[in-house]
Design a binder for this molecule. Structure first.
Ligand code: BV8
Ligand code: ZN
Length: 256
């Protein structure tokens, strides 16, 4: 796919932005071979509904099945590599004065790509804790075919992700909305913008005067609020954006 033209006006805003916030969703990891949630063919949830797997009730009713689904995803993610989209976001940190990366993804690929401090809004697939007492369980062996028991209270150990109906970790929630309300430019990349409160970040940024940019091969409910829509894959659009910005920054430096 040819690199999409990055609009000059978008480049101007990127080059003069004081604070850029990027929100990523499963689409950013799609080009690493990690299925998204809603893609009909490969979507993780094409065979199940979210409520059947990503909830406390689903886990409590059948810990081995839900645990096995997460073990399967950990194996899959463990074999995946960050793609050019992840790498471009890590590179972008050095091209703007301040960048806050908020990810809905639990796969850890942003950190592996070199992003310094991604805010994991929905937790992390490779962390585990006790369902009952909350004790962090860092010693779970890999692979671990069935859910282990907590050493402190014998409760079930569960994945350290945020399930539907669970609150977003307080620090992640506060940091993300503070950044969204402070930024001049908000990039929503690879997300269907359907899950809240994550999906509320873009509109919070817009309400506070930020430029809103969406990067997604398909239109989402956010597109009509966006100032710029790059209808392209993140693995193509983000490197093109970084290259164009780097050239622009270089020009500015030499022009001084
Ligand atoms: C909460 C971790 C309250 C687990 C996840 C009715 C209305 C509004 C809200 C609700 C409602 N009913 C319930 C709610 C709340 C609910 C919610 O929003 N439900 C939705 C379904 C309506 N939210 C919650 O429950 C949240 N908690 O509200 O708590 C509370 C408050 C206080 C105290 C107690 C409780 C918690 C939500 C977190 C759920 N956990 N993940 C796991 O991973 O197993 S969500 C999970 O789904 C992901 O993390 C992600 O956030 C979401 C999937 O969305 P996307 O990432 O966008 O992925 P998707 O497949 O949808 O889209 C991919 C996109 O990529 C597509 O647009 C595609 O076109 C694009 N794409 C594809 N390829 C590419 C690409 N883009 C770029 N490049 C490519 N190559
Ligand atoms: Zn416990």
């Amino acid at each position: 796919m040819a690199a999409p033209q990055v609009p000059g006006e978008l480049l101007d805003r990127l080059a003069t932005a004081r604070h850029v916030v990027v929100l990523t969703g499963a689409g950013v990891s799609a080009e690493s071979g990690v299925p998204t949630f809603r893609d009909a063919q490969t979507g993780l949830w094409s065979r199940f509904r979210p409520e059947q797997l990503a909830t406390v009730a689903a886990f409590e009713s059948d810990p081995p099945t839900v645990w096995a689904w997460y073990e399967w995803r950990r194996d899959l993610v463990g074999k995946a590599e960050p793609n050019p989209g992840h790498l471009a976001l890590a590179r972008l940190e050095a091209l703007v004065p301040r960048l806050t990366l908020v990810t809905q993804n639990v796969d850890g690929l942003h950190r592996r790509a070199g992003s310094r401090d991604p805010i994991e809004f929905h937790g992390n697939l490779f962390e585990n804790r006790c369902l009952d007492c909350g004790l962090q369980a860092d010693d779970v062996p890999r692979p671990c075919p069935s859910p282990p028991r907590c050493i402190a209270c014998r409760g079930w150990i569960r994945p350290g992700v945020v399930w539907f109906g669970e609150a977003i970790p307080a620090a992640a929630l506060a940091r993300s909305f503070a950044a969204a309300e402070d930024c001049d430019l908000f990039l929503s990349v690879g997300t269907s913008a359907e899950v809240y409160p994550a999906a509320g970040l873009a509109l919070a940024a817009k309400r506070h005067g930020a430029t809103l940019v969406e990067v997604n091969p398909l239109p989402t409910s956010l597109a009509r609020h966006a100032d710029f829509v790059l209808s392209a894959a993140s693995g193509t659009a983000l490197p093109a954006m970084c290259d164009a910005l780097a050239r622009r920054v270089e020009v500015n430096i030499h022009a001084r």
